[in-house]
Design a protein. Sequence first.
Length: 475
Amino acid sequence: MISRVKAVVSQLVGGSGAADSSPQLEYCRPVFLQLSPEERERAADHSCRNIVSPGLGSSRRRLLLPWDTGYAEVINAGKSVFNEDQAAREIVWVERRNNRAAGEVVKGGENVDKERHGLEFHYWALFDGHAGTAAAVMAARLLHLHISEQLQDLVDILQDGEVPPPICLTSHGMGNGVHEGDWEPPTDSESRFLLEKEISHEHLIIGAIENAFRQMDQQIEREQKAHGTLGGCCALAVVYLLGKIYVANAGDSRAILIRNGEIIPLSNEFTPESERQRLQYLAYLQPDLLGNEFTHLEFPRRIQHREVGRRMLFRDYSMTGWAYKTIEEDDLKFPLVYGEGKKARVMATIGVTRGLGDHNLKVHCSNIHIKPFLSCIPEVKVYDVAKYEHGVDDVIVLGTDGLWDVISNREVADAVIRVLSSCDTDDPDRFTLAARDLVMRSRGILKGHGWRLSNDRLGSGDDISVFVIPLYGHT
Ligand code: MG
């Protein structure tokens, strides 16, 4: 298994390998589901919307989803042919750079020689695709390998507890093209201009994850150029490394921690509303990105021609509140950020502002690119697991927006606690049962022609994917 994975890594993570990778990036469901062709067909039925999860009571499931991680998913109600969500669960062994091409993926039950100089991290991720499945499929298969690749520089530093040097030493000399013999320590007079910041290990890992997202985005760009694939995806990734959990979010998926019944948010959503000021500032600095069609200013509603010269409320990149201005001709252009809540859009086109892909995305019937406004860099939050005692019902819940659009954090936490407390604490299926329950609650039940929740509100018509990650006994 490892040699096969290494071959994939060297082809896909390395440089231009993406160009011929498309055959391996065809639509699929998560590997750990192990769906037969018949099961896959049933899972794709929009009319029934069967909830799919790994086999209960299966020892194979425990190997494919270590920590007894719970998972469930359901396809959308017909908005797209395929389920555009993807999921990944991996354990990755990272050796220092130059020991090998990239990280090895360790499957459950596989022994790793802990004497080898390296690090192991656990990884869970959800990808919510749009305008096609390719970006989410590619990210689900490869993002953890990019994280591994970025961590290779840190193996010695993190293992030995060293203070990170500003230039990375490797077994083949110093990084950035500098050779050991070329380098001399600064003289006393130089030293006062070369004060070094103290950089924590935690920030090195955050930087590695951020950079991995960037590398992943660039690889998707190469793929989209080479093969003309379209679309993008939101990405939510959790990395457990050296006693801490790193939650990286780029998009509108969400992670929460439930600890002793208390809810601790582990991510923020990135939408046109939450990132309005960043978007407006970019447009203010580079108005050419708006193609003379949009204004970076926001108004409470579209302005009519007859209102030019009147006073109207507005706000720009520097404002959280509103003020009046005299309307000019230029203000008649369409606002860069327009709409509210789930209907808010950037340039009337896209409802998320961070994620991977979308390199070809343009405003409808124009040559105006959206990508400059979309960031591939995640916000990374850190949870120091070792600082807390965790009970048997303490979990992290990851969900795509199909879950969170229709049920609140509190409803999710209450449902999880109810399911977990109804099962024996040594039942390995309890977290999968909790994940299934969340998907069922957010999908609802088919009544007439629509999906309805128990309170008769509309159920989610989106793809829904949920991980329930137990913390007790694993950290
Ligand atoms: Mg979604």
